[in-house]
Design a protein around this ligand. Structure first.
Ligand code: ADP
Length: 480
């Protein structure tokens, strides 16, 4: 089976979050199931810089008013199609906005262009290559499904994956005329969304199947509280909705082989963790002692519950804990964590920014990773924590609920516990969870049993890739 994937990020070329990890890992995992994936991504500077030898496989004199070309290249194991359109993508800053954090005002045009190119490739194929199925990720690529549905590629099955329903790609009604869609696409069953244009919405109504990244999140988004305005639509298409957990790319995240950490270790040889812990304490200016070391690797946002952590730092330190924070995001939260580090020298350390190697060291050296999200479609950092013996302390939402087994009395006694799970996502429950984790950490034997249980849990892509493969095969068969 030949599959075209369309994504706005892909690890290791460009990453702002879990979407990139998934887009980067799924092709390798699907290859084991006889599915060959080519991924269309925007030609950001960081992507073009790593491209090396590339072939032009499609040209546009004007794609949404700008010259563009699709380049084909292989990078590591990834078979890439890169939409090179300098007017849209050759910019300093992030993939969606400038250095100051503001969104690019022409995002509607940039990602309509990406999606249009995806639909054109689906419709016309590339020399000697034709996709059997198109898989698109999040709002930035979702319009591919709409362009396909209202164009010549309508018969090819299309799957939209929701990585985060909070990001929907909503724009004004007035852009519709520029999208190049037929007039009938302007309807509640098309791209119209509460009087404006909705990219994710358009993808969801056009898709043959909708997937999201954990079974619990698939349930949550059907309820008004977490449906973000799309619960009605999603309920109406519930028979096409599938919750499939993200996996861990174990070629990148494995403490026994990881080149980015100070010392390698395994479930059997946990002692190697202490060298990582020391390296971490040094990096973050923390005291060297046995106190439980909590870590954060996160976007610093309300969704991730980071305001609650900022409010709980004094409590955590008073209980005897230490905290190392790596993250970036909302400026007031960045300031709050920097101030906490100032207030609690040696007990709290903060590094603002995005640092892939340091994120590995944190998982390898921390005792517990703190993830008190208000909602969490899947979450990858708890999976990395489990694999690295960094015990997750998580809110019971979305993928966090699906992947961490709470250390209640029965689970501890049976050896099943892998972390601390709390509900609801509020400051009182977070305080309780911190106390509980610190209490559990005092019993070294018990703590190590939790670490080992987590490290042995299998969250590789094996199971999830099989589920995607089965879904894709059914869709292709049904379309035949
Ligand atoms: P989300 O995609 O909602 O941000 P996930 O947990 O699914 O959350 O994925 C986050 C990914 O980004 C993980 O791979 C995590 O390690 C990484 N990450 C987040 N913040 C940072 C940071 N400041 N530095 C390095 N990696 C980070």
């Amino acid at each position: 089976m030949q599959l075209l994937s369309v994504a706005s990020e892909i690890y290791p070329l460009i990453k702002t979050g879990g979407l990139a990890d998934v887009a980067g890992a799924l092709p390798g995992a699907l290859a084991d199931h006889g599915i060959a994936v080519r991924t269309l991504v925007p030609g950001y500077p960081s992507v073009l810089a790593k491209l090396g030898k590339a072939k032009v496989v499609r040209r546009y004199e004007a794609l949404f008013g700008a010259p563009a070309a699709v380049l084909a290249a292989k990078i590591e194991e990834l078979d890439l199609l890169v939409l090179d359109s300098p007017d849209f993508f050759a910019r300093e800053g992030g993939p969606y906005g400038d250095m100051a954090g503001g969104e690019w005002p022409d995002n509607w045009r940039r990602f309509a262009a990406l999606s249009r190119a995806g639909a054109d490739i689906a419709a016309e194929g590339l020399k000697g290559w034709q996709p059997d199925l198109v898989h698109v990720h999040d709002w930035q690529a979702a319009m591919t499904a709409a362009y396909m549905r209202f164009g010549p590629a309508r018969a090819i099955p299309k799957v939209v994956t929701i990585h985060n329903l909070a990001f929907q790609g909503r724009f004004g009604w007035d852009i519709f005329a520029s999208l190049g869609l037929p007039p009938e696409a302007w309807s509640v069953d098309g791209v119209e969304y509460y009087g404006g244009t909705g990219y994710l919405k358009a993808g969801l109504v056009s898709a043959d199947a909708i997937t999201t990244v954990s079974p619990t999140y698939a349930e949550e988004i059907r309820r008004p509280a977490d449906g973000m305005g799309l619960d009605g639509l999603i309920n109406g298409r519930a028979d096409r909705l599938h919750g499939i957990l993200n996996g861990v790319d174990t070629s990148i995240w494995d403490p026994a082989t990881d080149p980015l950490i100070a010392r390698r270790f395994s479930a059997r040889a946990l002692a190697g963790r202490s060298a990582n812990r020391r390296a971490l304490e040094k990096r973050f200016g923390l005291d060297h002692d046995d106190a439980p070391l909590f870590i954060i690797v996160s976007r610093l946002t309300w969704q991730k519950g980071m305001d609650m952590v900022a409010g709980a730092v004094d409590h955590l330190v008073a209980l005897g804990g230490k905290l190392a924070v790596l993250g970036s995001g909302d400026h007031p939260l960045e300031g709050a964590f920097l101030a906490a580090a100032d207030r609690h020298r040696g007990r709290v350390g903060t590094q603002i920014g995005y640092d892939e190697p340091l994120s590995h060291l944190l998982q390898a050296g921390g005792d517990a990773i703190l993830i008190p999200s208000r909602f969490e479609p899947c979450g990858l950092t708890q999976l990395y924590g489990l694999r690295y013996g960094c015990v997750p302390v998580v809110a019971r939402v979305g993928g966090l609920a699906d992947t961490v087994i709470d250390a209640n009395e029965a689970a501890v006694a049976s050896g099943a516990a892998t972390g601390v799970v709390f509900a609801p996502s509020d400051p009182a429950a977070l305080h309780g969870a911190l106390s509980r984790a610190i209490h559990l950490h005092r019993d070294k034997g018990q703590w190590q049993a939790m670490q080992r249980a987590g490290m042995k849990a299998d969250f590789s892509w094996t199971h999830s890739a099989a589920r995607y493969a089965a879904l894709f095969r059914t869709l292709v068969q049904d379309a035949a």
